[in-house]
Design a protein around this ligand. Structure first.
Ligand code: FE2
Length: 429
């Protein structure tokens, strides 16, 4: 029996070592020790970590790489970011949005990031960004899964035509229903928007992913309504609340009631550590709140949680590099998830967990899964996070689509080895 590709001597994210992975016709067909067979290409992983690709379940591809257009965010707040995006929107062109998105997808591929859920603003009556990203989704489909969320950035009720535009976007093929209840004019309107948007998703059989309670106001409790509507409409397992930063500041007694409700409803949580840590707490003096939602506590209640990138070089965030290991590292630090088990979870939070939230088909390392894999210059998931490990090879449907040479320093020190591989510092090496 022959294969298109065999990766030999891999360490898997679950800790198994010395594993060979054989792929044929774009699919993983065997995952076992010492596969004795021929292959069109054989890659020796040399004991390094081989993982399914990174997944980003929260991004804004219509805004990415627009940093400085038409100006920079001076205050660094969410609200100035939204205002700045409002200034940029009328200036957008289809070609410019598509070009920036395609450039970001190139970067994503080089970082082993092969599935992205992107919100797309539907408040511009032209739906220009929607059309541009639908075109990009089609173009990148051979190498990257792009899932689009209809996102009423200026408010489902607060923006005059958002309700109509959202339906038009869904009719064009946008597959997830978004929302932003904390940006509506009143708490009551926010709650109404959650109910209306969940009803649309239920009627159309779509997933839901709302920006929910992205504020430091402990009384912003739209997650409660999102959990309630999810349960009432039988949408469990199909709904995510993104950000949920108000939970950071909520009263502990209320949270002790809320967490079981979220778990019971089957609502997933998506934290965006890089953005939360720079945007939340902006109105505080000292101490400044971190603002990220309560991920360790959610895990204790069995709530599915993942980390997203949210922004790269746009009106809200000037940095970022499509590096989901940077996202995982920030989440780990902000939530103080430093036990071995918690650090491994932080790797899952940018791979397996978001893949489940996005309902990706064929994700994973097992016979029958898509032959989508990354080889990292690291021995295990914790080391991958620690080193922001180099993506030595990125494989899509059994074909290498990106390669990066290992990071090695050349030293000139008396009596010392001339070559330093940072991964050699891992325990057990
Ligand atoms: Fe976002």
């Amino acid at each position: 029996m022959s294969f298109d590709l065999i990766i030999r001597n891999a360490t898997l994210p679950d800790g198994q070592t010395g594993i060979d992975i054989a792929c044929r016709d774009g699919t993983i067909v065997a995952v076992e020790r010492a596969i004795a067979s021929e292959a069109g290409r054989v890659i020796d992983a040399s004991g390094r970590l081989v993982s399914p690709p990174f997944v980003d379940c929260h991004f804004h591809m219509d805004a990415t790489l627009s940093l400085g257009l038409p100006r920079l965010n001076i205050s660094g707040t969410l609200l100035e970011g939204i205002a700045l995006w409002g200034e940029l929107k009328p200036l957008l062109t289809h070609a410019a949005v598509a070009e920036r998105a395609l450039r970001y997808c190139d970067l994503a591929v080089s970082q082993g990031l092969l599935a992205i859920r992107s919100h797309v603003d539907i408040c511009d009556d032209r739906l220009l960004a929607v059309d541009a990203l639908i075109e990009v989704k089609r173009k990148v489909a051979p190498y990257l899964d792009l899932q689009l969320v209809a996102f009423p950035q200026d408010g489902y009720y607060r923006s005059p035509n958002a309700a109509d535009n959202l339906k038009r976007a869904l009719d064009k093929g946008v597959e997830v229903v978004g929302g932003i209840p904390h940006f509506e004019r009143t708490m009551a309107d926010g709650a109404r928007s959650v109910a209306a948007l969940c009803a649309i998703a239920a009627e159309r059989g779509l997933l839901v992913d709302m920006h929910c309670d992205e504020t430091d106001d402990p009384l912003s409790r739209h997650i409660e309504t999102l959990a309630y509507e999810t349960q009432r409409l039988g949408l469990g397992g199909r709904v995510a609340g993104s950000h949920l930063t108000s939970m950071h500041s909520m009263d502990n007694y209320y949270v002790s009631k809320l967490l079981p409700l979220i778990a019971e409803a089957g609502v997933a949580a998506i934290a965006n550590p890089l953005i939360n840590i720079v945007i939340q707490g902006r109105h505080d003096s000292y101490p400044k709140r971190r603002g990220m939602t309560r991920v360790p506590e959610m895990r204790r209640f069995g709530i599915a949680a993942a980390f997203g990138q949210d922004c790269v070089m746009d009106p809200w965030y000037s940095l970022g590099n499509a590096d989901m290991l940077e996202v995982a590292a920030m989440g780990l630090h902000v939530a103080q998830m430093t036990s071995r088990e918690e650090m491994k979870f932080c790797f899952d939070a940018v791979t397996e967990a978001p893949a489940k939230i996005m309902h990706l088909d064929g994700y994973g390392i097992a016979p029958g899964c898509n032959a989508d894999l990354i080889i990292l210059q690291a021995a295990d998931p914790i080391e991958a996070i620690r080193l922001k490990a180099t993506r030595l090879a990125v494989i899509r449907r059994g074909k290498v689509i990106s390669e990066t040479p290992p990071r090695l320093a050349r030293l000139d020190l008396p009596g010392r080895s001339p070559q330093l591989d940072t991964a050699d510092y891992a325990p057990g090496h």
